[in-house]
Structure formats: structure tokens, C-alpha cells
Design a protein around this ligand. Sequence first.
Ligand code: ATP
Length: 548
Amino acid sequence: MPKSMDEIVSLCKRRGFIFQDSDIYGGQNGFWDYGPLGMLLKRNVRNVWYEDMVDFHNELTTPAGAPEPYQMVGVETALIMHPQVWKCSGHYDLFHDMMVDCRESKKRYRHDHIKGRWVTGTHKKKEDAGEETVFVTAVDAEDVQAALDENALRYFGLKKKYLDTLSWEGDVISLPDLPADKLGEVVGPEATEKGTLTEPREFNLMFKTTLGALGGEDDAAFLRPETAQGIFVNFKNIVDTSRVKLPFGVAQVGKSFRNEITPRNFTFRSREFEQMEIEFFCAPEESSKWYTYWRDTRYQWYQDLGISQENLILRDHHAEELAHYSVGTADIEYAFPFLEPGEYGELEGIAHRGDFDLRSHMEGKLKKEGDELVVELNEHNQPKHRGSGKDLSYFDDESRERFVPHVIEPSAGADRGTLAFICEAYHEDEQPDDKGNMQTRTVMKFHPRLAPIKAAVFPLVKKEGQPEKAQEIYGALKAAGLSCQYDQAGAIGRRYRRQDEIGTPFCLTVDHDTANDNCVTLRDRDSLEQERIPVDKVVEEVVARLKG
Ligand code: ATP
């Protein structure tokens, strides 16, 4: 059965994973707050990424698929950077989406998010108008045709029972695919008249802010729209101070901000989100091999953490989709339940960026001319955006050569990853309750490394010293650094159910036999198997099983 996004969103709220930001004031669109469990889950996603990419990485051995051993280091850079950074990176000139406004509903939409279809009908109230053909549209609809039906009925002033008087033509298409001269025949997603959508306009996605108390235009600054630039501008600092040698990668996890026109699909498209990025620097002639390595490594990472291959695709961009600097780009995409079957949403992009970023920060913003990257000039033949003028090249001790390294960038979203892990984990099955009646069980099958709560400890009853023993075990697990819960409220079946719903992989129950055999029952969330474990081996056993 397909998973329902509504149920997933409702579980996230009910169990304290994700709340709408500023909920008590009616919410702030495009911003989300992680509750006690969501915060632990997302922290685990970030930590597991950092452990697997940086901490556990051994620079003395060659990982499977890698051309040779390599080094990894991390940085944490500022959210607000020098405005020139965004001019040279291209974000100032190029980082925009096309948007359209509706003069009637006063709503603003992303041009490419509007879908529509031609329909012919007769107006209920304007019968003398006769038949009319218009292009009705919908935005962000899970069932596009259902939304188009509703909007067409509204436009023609018809009740639902007249739906079959409408005649549809052609397929559903995106608004950018409609010839521009047809705009007058478009009925906006929330409009009652046609021709109320404006021509598409550019809208820069960077949040602008003002530094200092005086606040003139010269003090304008931007919240970073990606973490990557903090790595590029520190390239020289890192090479000079940390003894790294090519090939090496620099990792950074942190917040980014984009003033998305239509934030939507829960946390998938937010205005504030977290990225986990690597800039991997290598010799130009080695870069294709490293690109393939990172693309495959990152694709495998999601699968190792439980994302099934049927829900995950690796999509290589076509040549015309590539950014102006890129030699190759692939996206890792997930079949989120809010998408139509066969559609996927981006979790991570892996881009071969050539030497575009380092050279832009040296020489000024580059652009592609034929096969060459050249400095973009203004009408006075000066660099349009001046670079730092600092030397960001690299001197290779062995080859005795100086060059500007090439860069492979695996850029992942921590919130999108977390959402994919939540969607993938969500399961419903049928299990007997305490009285043997079959009940639907909601269970979040998180990979043990990601599960927010690693273990729950229960006394079967609140007597015979069971609570004291259970609290002792709880204390030992906590002391080992594991997030766990203690619960003595309600029937044991209900306590298991509560833990299943938040994805706790292991429940430990102290029962009548514990006083005799000094063992507890360990129940596995997925297999439901129960095993007796000696009390003094509990921490060791849980830690071993958490490795997955
Ligand atoms: P999209 O096409 O979906 O807007 P993008 O290609 O602009 O994404 P990148 O610039 O490649 O995204 O950013 C790298 C990663 O950052 C994305 O793969 C995604 O996981 C995350 N990301 C980007 N924009 C958002 C957003 N608005 N909300 C949440 N995560 C985001």
C-alpha cells in the first residue's frame, strides 16, 4: 500500500519529530522546528554522515572504489560572508527562480511549479458566453487532475455533478511549456477569471540583510544560500595550516537559507535548511575518476542506512542541464510519498565543478565561452565582479607543478535526508494486542544508527523491585551515552507500541524471572523476537546491535 504523506506528517507532529515553526502564531511558512525526537534523529543523520565521510575515514587505506587514499578535514564557517563572495560564486547574478504573480488572488507562484491542461466548458451563469476553452492550472497538488477538475468547475461556475460536461484536451503540462502568447487564456490556480497571471519574472533567492546600525546599501549582506563557499574561500588557509595534500576533501555541515517562492512538501523545500557538503580537491586529470567515486559512494551511503534501492535513483544530468561550470552532475533522488508514482525528489547533488570556484575567487567571476572559462567583463572591459586577487593555486611537491585544483562536490540536504529516512521508516502492520486481538501497528523502522531512541527499559509490573532494577539498567545505558527512555506506565503491549511508533530498535523488560536469573527480555522492533540477556551484558549487547 502506498504510504500516506498526511499520516507521516501527523505522526511527526503527534510524536514530537517536526512542528510547524511559530505554530502558536499561526505558523511561519517555509520554516520548521524539530521536536525532542526529531532533533535527535536529525542530529544522528548529521553525525552518521560526518562519521562515515570524515571521522571514520582512514587516509592511510584506499576505500573501495577510490583511485587512491585521500585525506578529509572539516570546517565550520560563518553564515554571513563578504558580499563579493556571492558575486564571484555566481549567486548574485544567477541564483534566481522565475515566478509569476496572480493579480486576482495576490498569490505568487514558482513558474515551473504550475501545471495545467486545456479544457472546454460552458459557463453556468454566462450561458450567452457559449463554449469556451481555457488553460486551467493547479499548483502543488498531489492529485493534479483532481485539482484541475475543481478549478475548472470553479471557473465555469459549475457544481461537481456537471464534471462530465467538461472536455479535456492534451496532457497536463508545466506552465513554462505553454507558449507565452497563450498567457491570456490561463486561469491561475486560485483565480476565478482568466488572464490574471503576470509574465514570469526573476526572483533572487538570497535573503538580504543589513550589517551594523547605519545600514546603507553598502552594508547589505546575504545569508548564505549554500555552505560550499565557506570552504572555497578558506582553501588557502586550510592548505597552509593543516598539512593536507591533494587529493583531499573538506566537509562542512551547517544552515543555509533560500527565499524559496513556494516552500512546500513539508520540510522538502524550506527557506531555512541544513546542508552537509564536501568539496573534494584533486588534480585536474584525476577529476573524472573522483567524480565517479563520490557519486557511487554517496549513492551507497543512503542504501547502507536503510533506503531501499527501489525508492532511490541516481540520475545523471543531461549535457543541457549542467551548470555553466560543470563537467558532470548526478542527483540522488528519492521517491517521496508526496510525489506522483515514478517521480523522484532530489536528496543530494554530486557535481564536478572543475576549477570554476577557486578561479572565480582568484580572478573574478568566470563564464563559459566555448569550452573555456573566461572572466566575465562589464561594458568597460573590466571584470564584472572582481575576485580576491589572492593566489588559490596549489603546488604539488612531487610533480613540482602549480595548478588550480578541480573540485567534486557531493552536496546533501540534512533535512531532505531526514525526511527520506522518516518516509522510508514508516510502516504499518498487523500485530496481536495484549488480549490477542489483531491491531494495526505503526512502526518506524529506522536504521539503529539513526533511531532517535536506541533502547527503552520497562519493569513488567511496578512491584517486586522491578522498577529499581529497570532504572539501574536505564542508568547504565545512559552512562554509556545512549539516548534511551524509561517507561512504567500502562500495559506492556501499549508500551511496546509507543516505542515502535518512534522507531526504538530495542526494548528491555525486567520481569518476574529477573530476580532469579538476573536476565531481562530484549525485544527486537522489526523481528519481534524476544531473547533473554544477562543484566550485566545489556549495554554491551545493545551497543553491538546498534552497529546494524
Ligand atoms: P532544488 O532543485 O530541489 O531546488 P537544488 O538543486 O537547488 O535543489 P542544491 O543547490 O544542489 O539544490 O543544494 C544541495 C542540496 O541542498 C539539495 O540536494 C537539497 O538536499 C538541499 N536543499 C536545497 N534547497 C533546499 C530547500 N529549499 N529546502 C531543503 N533542502 C534544500
